[in-house]
Design a protein around this ligand. Structure first.
Ligand SMILES: [Zn+2]
Length: 329
């Protein structure tokens, strides 16, 4: 089924830690493999959940939250099974980069993967053909990474299956992030949430801040949300301090008009901030030319009204870089 192997027995009760062994033949290691850390907790039959972070290696909040969860949970605290991949694209996570330095690929644009492909394609293939089919739900913890900053949020994809969509929606509410939204008209077939759809299981994603760092606030939201989501799925018990429901704004995100892109190269001067409510045609940013500072800056505009949920972080931009994206109630 896959060229990736592991010493983990997914049907065995108890707590197991180890590696997925991703074959990789290079000069310094002819028959070597890339280690991808994995933790499996099982306690009899019950709900089966996959928790992932490090799908993008420069999104650190989930990597920390899942490592802490993996260390703190014992098998007797759960019913069913939890598989944890804190650094799903391990070479990218090791490098602290969005894409893998081994093959340059973005794991979340590689599904359904390829059994004989490059390392990132083989990871995608393993997740889609080995892990997802033996799970009922997957939570994929993302954030804005180096280039973007998000409001702390969870998201689900609009599913053509009404029952599956209702269950994903309930899981998103259980996570109880300050913002939660639905990707309407999602057309990306190469992402993990599309893989989950193909496997008939529910998927919850997050966008927990970002900027290439970890903040106490983002981590608190991640850890609390994960505990609440696991309890909702019936795989763990809910700790009393997590039972309180906090305010969460329910939004939707559409396609192209929700996004603002740089149409020139230069220095990015944002004119709005996260959580600002904007109108159609409102100026979003000025892009200042670096070599000809006497020229007027290019003005980028919002194409529609909405709430700013994502903003670019680095000060330098090139034509085609995403500056902002919006959500609507
Ligand atoms: Zn990501």
């Amino acid at each position: 089924m896959s060229r990736i192997s592991t010493e983990i027995d997914f049907d065995k009760d108890g707590r197991q830690t180890g590696f997925l062994r991703l074959p990789h033949s290079v000069d310094r290691s002819a028959y070597g493999w890339i280690p991808i850390p994995i933790v499996c907790l099982r306690n009899g039959p019950g709900p089966r959940v996959l928790l992932m972070a490090g799908n993008h290696g420069d999104e650190f909040e989930g990597q920390v939250a899942l490592a802490k969860l993996a260390r703190s949970l014992t098998a007797d605290q759960i019913k069913g099974r939890i598989i944890i991949l804190p650094t799903a694209n391990a070479p990218a996570a090791r490098a602290g980069k969005r894409n893998s330095p081994v093959d340059g690929l973005n794991l979340n644009r590689c599904f359904p993967g390829n059994i004989n492909g490059s390392p990132t394609e083989m990871i995608a293939h393993y997740i889609e053909t080995v892990l997802l089919p033996q799970c009922d739900a997957v939570i994929d913890v993302h954030s804005g990474g180096q280039s973007l900053q998000y409001v702390p949020s969870t998201h689900i994809r609009r599913s053509p299956d009404a029952d599956r969509f209702a269950r994903a929606s309930a899981l998103m509410e259980a996570f109880n992030a300050p913002f939660s939204w639905v990707f309407e008209g999602a057309r990306e077939t190469r992402a993990l949430n599309a893989a989950a759809e193909r496997c008939g299981i529910i998927a919850l994603g997050t966008e927990l801040c970002g900027g290439g760092t970890v903040t106490p606030n983002a981590l608190r939201i991640a850890e609390r949300g994960l505990r609440r989501a696991l309890a909702h799925l019936g795989v763990t018990a809910l700790d009393p301090p997590d039972a309180e429901i906090l305010p969460s704004r329910r939004l939707q995100v559409g396609s192209y008009p929700f996004y603002v892109y740089a149409e020139d190269d230069g220095v990015f001067e944002p004119l709005v901030a996260l959580e600002d409510v904007v109108t159609a045609d409102q100026p979003a940013a000025l892009i200042h030319p670096v070599d000809t500072p006497w020229r007027a800056p290019h003005e980028a505009h919002f194409k529609q009204a909405g709430i700013v949920v994502c903003a670019r972080v680095p000060g330098r931009v090139e034509r085609g870089d995403c500056l902002f994206h919006l959500a609507t109630p």
